[in-house]
Design a protein around this ligand. Structure first.
Ligand code: IVH
Length: 712
């Protein structure tokens, strides 16, 4: 049995250490998907289970707690694009209760901590847990000065300009307010506004959102506030951050003051005298849940007296005086009409369930993801089945299970297609150990071609304004663009070969065409990292593209090395170690962050003559700028003293030292007041503690990589 499947009590010490490393990485990945990309892959419940397992193992092996343990962290570091704001008071998270017993334990814990007897009356305020995104609003002398997202809890993104478009946000506080007050609350979108927004998005051929929370997050984090202004966002206030003077004695009183100042607070909140009252409110809110026009995922109970809250304080990432009592995910039963297969850029086939539209907790769901062939098999999902669908607030709707009693007799088992739905009907292949099935048509498959072109012009690649998914599809259908190079010939060939001039085509006019040609012209110069990313090589994301660009410096050097590596790999397909393959291949694998699987995908790309042709055509049309390796002068570590401690995951100690020195830093063996940064790997001991005592800046390995300009 793999360690990840074992109950905590059966884990050996070594397995526990291994599991903690896996969970830290896994939770960090999900945090990033959730907080930065608004694209979570797992449900809240599954995420909570990961965190709970991590906590349980840490409890059993307290000396194995990692410096990068999720317990020290809420959320993920902010994505780029907005200025960063350090929160004066960290924005924390809440512990969860999943049933009545958890709630009783919580109340007992609170009383024990306060040394109160169990029967002493203690008031709580119960209020719905809004499923939106939390925000910190800073007011100085009654005037709104700055608003920031939660980010990783310590540092968020400055979204002030976007927040100013919210009607619910008082720009000036009414009545008396302290000199400095930070109000915290939840920004959300109503279910009806969400439905309208998705309708409009669909009509415009733009991205539709999976749920109101993602829509709210996506809308608030628009770089252009005029877009946020068109998205109806709302706000419930429920907490505070920095405060220059006390504003109330109780949370209940604080909520009243929030309303006086002009904030909306949730109307369902109630002050409860005992656990029975708390549970009664929980049940009532749960009953009303589906008919509310906003998503909630539980009830939060908070100790009412603020002096008691202060005594109770915090444990790592959550207050001792509050808990979130979660609701189960919302479910509904409907018919699965058809399973459709979508083809992605790399040819991955994703099955999607088309459902008879059904209302799941107030949001109409017509499609659900089925992930992959194994998932369909495991749940034995068939076309025509009656199924239970679930909307867990934070993820795309999912099919939970089949209602077998309702299966019509003779319903055949679902056969995952062996041929791609694309017009070529190419064979579907599935590599050993991979969950995804792919179309083998590769470059010839028109579905993949379109997806690849969409990727090529996307924001982090060539970023051609006015050339989005909708336009690419149209140009492809009109035969104007087949390969990336065609984009750069558009203007020259416009109207040639008896083709209709673009300006005479539906949706286009002289002005828009002119603008498009200009936008394309601007992109004839591009940096090497964007260029590499735009090629859409499997597994090569932005971070790897940057790493490759920095390591090889120029398109010419990179290409030469990759072609060589591809030749070497082709000659030694069985080799299991990079050195056995050849020099160029081994050099590629020596870059930290590039493993053999990624190297193989890069080689496969360079082994394909069609790709080489595309590269050649592009070279003739665009100028690819060299990328310099980060130099000491502009590094944040120039002239600084660094100490490494613990085991680093992505590089050896000697590589780290060399890297630091190349960035102009001095590497020392022990921590002193002269140390500028301590970089802590796994199992760091006394040096990390000493750094904390001396107030020396501590960096996680990830932070160090990010600052060293190595975003692996
Ligand atoms: S109180 C110190 N009250 O839930 C604790 N949080 O899981 C401050 N949330 O980050 C949070 N509704 O985004 C509080 N009525 C409510 C809430 C609420 C939603 C969110 C908030 C927080 C998360 C914790």
């Amino acid at each position: 049995m793999k360690p990840e499947e074992k109950p905590v009590e059966d884990l050996s010490r070594a397995e526990a250490a291994q599991e903690l490393a896996r969970l830290a990485a896994e939770i960090a990945r999900h945090d990033k998907l959730y907080y930065q990309q608004d694209a979570p892959e797992i449900s809240d419940a599954a995420y909570d289970a990961l965190r709970q397992r991590n906590m349980a193992i840490e409890e059993a092996f307290p000396d194995l707690i990692r410096p990068d343990s999720p317990r020290w962290r809420v959320g993920a570091a902010p994505a780029s694009g907005f200025a960063k704001v350090r929160h004066a008071v960290p924005m924390l998270s809440l512990e969860n209760a999943f049933d009545e017993e958890d709630l009783r334990d919580f109340v007992a814990r609170v009383k024990r901590f306060l040394s109160w007897s169990a029967d002493e009356p203690l008031h709580f305020v119960a209020e719905p847990k809004i499923d939106g995104l939390s925000i910190n609003l800073r007011y100085e002398k009654g005037r709104f000065v700055r608003g920031a997202t939660r980010g990783d809890g310590r540092e968020g993104e400055d979204v002030t300009r976007n927040l100013l478009t919210l009607e619910d946000l008082p720009k000036l506080l009414k009545g008396d307010a302290p000199d400095v007050i930070e109000v915290r609350g939840e920004v959300y979108m109503t279910k009806s506004d969400f439905a309208d927004l998705n309708r409009r998005q669909e009509e415009a051929g733009a991205k539709v959102f999976a749920n109101p929370r993602n829509a709210a997050a996506g809308s608030l984090r628009q770089l252009d506030p005029s877009i946020t202004a068109q998205r109806p966002l709302r706000l419930f206030a429920y907490a505070w951050g920095e405060l220059s003077e006390p504003v109330a004695d109780t949370h209940w009183g604080f909520l009243a003051r929030l309303r006086e100042w002009g904030f909306s607070t949730n109307p369902l909140a109630e002050r409860c005298a005992d656990i029975e009252a708390m549970l009664a409110l929980y049940r009532r809110v749960e009953e009303e849940r589906a008919s509310l026009d906003y998503d909630i995922d539980g009830v939060v109970y908070k100790v009412d007296r603020l002096d008691l809250q202060a005594r109770l304080g915090f444990v790592s990432r959550a207050p001792r005086w509050a808990i979130a009592h979660k609701f189960p995910a919302e479910r509904a039963i409907t018919k699965l009409e058809k399973i459709d297969i979508q083809v992605g850029r790399t040819g991955a086939l994703t099955p999607v369930a088309h459902l008879t539209p059904v209302n799941v907790g107030g949001v109409v769901v017509a499609r659900a993801t089925l992930h992959n062939a194994d998932e369909i098999k495991r749940k034995d999902i068939r076309e025509g089945d009656t199924v239970v669908v679930q909307r867990a607030g934070d993820v795309i709707p999912q099919v939970v299970e089949v209602v077998l009693e309702k299966r019509p007799e003779g319903t055949p088992e679902y056969q995952f297609p062996t041929r791609c739905p694309c017009p070529l009907r190419t064979e579907v292949v599935r590599h050993e150990g991979e969950a995804v099935s792919r179309c083998s048509g590769e470059l010839a498959c028109p579905y993949q071609q379109v997806e690849k072109l969409i990727h090529f012009v996307s924001r982090d690649a060539f970023d051609i304004e006015g050339l989005g998914p909708k336009q690419i599809q149209a140009f492809f259908d009109w035969g104007l663009i087949r390969t990336p190079a065609d984009i750069f010939d558009l203007e020259e060939k416009d109207g040639a070969d008896g083709l209709t001039r673009l300006k005479n085509r539906p949706g286009w006019g002289p002005r828009s065409v002119q603008k498009l040609f200009e936008a394309i012209e601007v992109r004839r110069r591009i940096s090497l990292d964007r260029f590499i990313y735009a090629l859409g090589i499997r597994q090569v994301g932005q971070a790897t593209a940057l790493l490759l660009a920095r390591s090889y410096g120029s398109l010419e050097r990179w290409q030469r090395a990759m072609k060589q590596a591809a030749v070497e790999r082709h000659a030694a397909p069985q080799a299991r170690k990079p050195e056995e393959v050849g020099e160029a291949y081994a050099e590629l694998c020596s870059l930290s962050g590039v493993g053999m699987s990624m190297a193989d995908d890069i080689c496969a790309f360079f082994h394909e003559p069609h790709n080489l042709e595309v590269l050649e055509q592009l070279e003739a049309r665009v100028t690819v700028e060299d990328v310099a390796a980060p130099t000491a002068a502009d590094s944040p570590f120039a002239g600084k003293t660094l100490v490494f401690t613990g085991t680093l995951q992505t590089m050896s100690r000697s590589e780290a030292k060399a890297r630091a020195e190349a960035l102009g830093a001095k590497v020392a063996g022990s921590v002193s007041s002269k140390t500028d940064y301590v970089i802590v790997g796994a199992d760091a001991g006394s040096k990390a503690r000493r750094a904390a005592e001396l107030g020396v800046a501590i960096l996680s390995e990830e932070e160090w990589l990010a600052m060293a300009g190595d975003s692996r």
